[in-house]
Design a protein around this ligand. Sequence first.
Ligand SMILES: *Cc1c(COP(=O)(O)O)cnc(C)c1O
Length: 391
Amino acid sequence: MTFEEIKQTADTYLMPTYAHFPVALDRGENATYFDVDGKPYIDFTAGIGVNVFGANDEGWKAAVTAQLNKLQHTSNLYYNETVARAAKLLCERSGFSKVLLCNSGAEANECAIKLARKASFDRFGEGRSTIISLQNSFHGRTIATITATGQAHYHEYFMPFLQGFRYAQAGDMALLKELAADKTVCAVLVEVIQGEGGVIALDPGYLRAVRRFCTENDLLLMADEVQTGIGRTGSLFAFQNAGIMPDVVTCAKGIGGGLPMGACLCTEALGGTLTAGTHGTTFGGNPVACAGAAEILNRIDDAFLRAVREKGAYIRDKVAGFTGVKDVHGAGLMLGVDLAEKKAADVAARCCEKGLLILTAKAALRMLPPLTITYDEIDRGLAVLAEVLAE
Ligand SMILES: *Cc1c(COP(=O)(O)O)cnc(C)c1O
């Protein structure tokens, strides 16, 4: 099909939940993609933080196809070696004891919410079911996770929303204490760096204070690392940079390297909370996705993470000097750019025309390139961005 035919067919049959850029991507090599007409694009999006090893990675493809050639799906009624290995790796690499495997970030957060409520029920009985999340957060698109999302525009149309959610403000410990004062709260859910909210890092001091408060009041601290996890910020998980250990961590986006996968990790003490019959998913822990995840976790070592930090610092330095850039923030290869005058959405659209795929988050430009992006690809992408900002 030509681009016009693809666009017309997609616009005819897909629900219009996304405003597509006018490009039909066809294939890629690492962080260089090609559209159906063969035009190249530098990719600063990784499919929204998903393709951690870029496109067409030989090791990832070999791992995934080896599993595909054996068995594509088993259901969770049977054991499978690839799934067991991926679960072990995820726990060992994160420092947690047990994991529930699922298919997306929203589902991983659903699991965390259920786990928090049941863990509290098991210990304290009824009456402690409230989850505190943060204003300006994003936790997914299901009814529970849009309720957890602390942004007003997600709380339109789909009422009634779930009961038992309250919203604290990053940095404001007094408000958090006030929200928890009636003893109905069981958990606090945070993004270590708010992704969709504009790439806004929580202050490490605040995170440590929240950790202390949760411990003192028997609340679970749950980190939504769906966007920040799996090497994105230059450590395997962003909580490690902040020097805290949550009770529950969720991840998704990057974990499958491009196949749908999510995970909810928890401590030993919480590991027995969700028992047979209390939670489940047909596709969760799919062996093909798990084969990809194992390959990714095996290759993200200290040297790989150091390279992520170095590339991130390189991009930050360059972009900080570009025309019309007010601030560059974030960590590793999760970067937000605040612009003085230009609208981020306009800049992203113009970059796309000129061969750079780049994201926005609220008013900021957002970069989530493949972690394997080369310096040559970075330079080519930044050249487009500099040109567009100078126009
Ligand atoms: C993307 C995202 C989600 C939702 O993940 P899906 O896979 O789209 O369901 C949840 N939390 C955060 C922090 C995210 O960035």
